[in-house]
Design a protein around this ligand. Sequence first.
Ligand code: GUN
Length: 270
Amino acid sequence: MTTVINGAILSKEIRANLHEEVLECTNKYGRAPHLVVILVGENPASISYVTGKEKACREVGFQSTIIRLKENITEDELLKQIDELNNDDLVDGILVQLPLPRHIDEKKVIEAISVSKDVDGFHPINVAKLHLGEKCLLPCTPKGIMTMLKSINVDLQGKNCCVIGRSNIVGKPIASLLVSSNATVTICHSKTVDLKNVTNKADILIVAIGKPKMITKDFVKPGAIVIDVGVNRVDGHLCGDVDYDDCFDVCSAITPVPKGVGPMTITSLM
Ligand code: GUN
């Protein structure tokens, strides 16, 4: 029987536990943890993500502030805003929603955020620490995926893992976390030759390619665990990078879209 790893249910449990922790933290330090999210411009997807983060903060009892900046804000003004937040002792986490308008250098902005307040885990020092296997702020989607794998008690040691997608936000960091858990990891991407030959050997297949329903059952080793990071809108409906219905009977566990990795990403941010 196939296990559905439901990120919405898992998120609810984690957020309830977090709420308790936040209450303890608030009693101890006299205030709730405070997340500041900077939203530049009016990208509809970014607005929707930021709204989700604000809702999650409310659920767990964090203080949250959304700083909405105009699309035409200069890079210097944005960097100045980040500097103020870095130096504000009443701010614990800073997140600049990406993508930024083209006239702003994202790399410069990410590097301006204090390493200890970089809740996205995008700062080069946090990235380096992750690859060194040191304690650090982790990027949220890979952290969420690891939590989902833990929820079904997978022993990762010696498992063949295939990650499709080599992004800095998902593919590379999840590969690193899996290696740190003693898995054997192959990262595939658009230039990989004979993708199926690799995916068919994977005990755990993680798909983050942004191509709706690309992964069908012929890519999946029988009994594999399939984690679908994709969020695509097709004909008004959300679907993943994995053809869920086609793959369902072949795998031992699978994440749905929606209610899969998505909610776990925001929960991991909390
Ligand atoms: N835009 C899409 N995903 C993310 C994310 O995880 N963090 C930030 N800061 N921006 C995003």
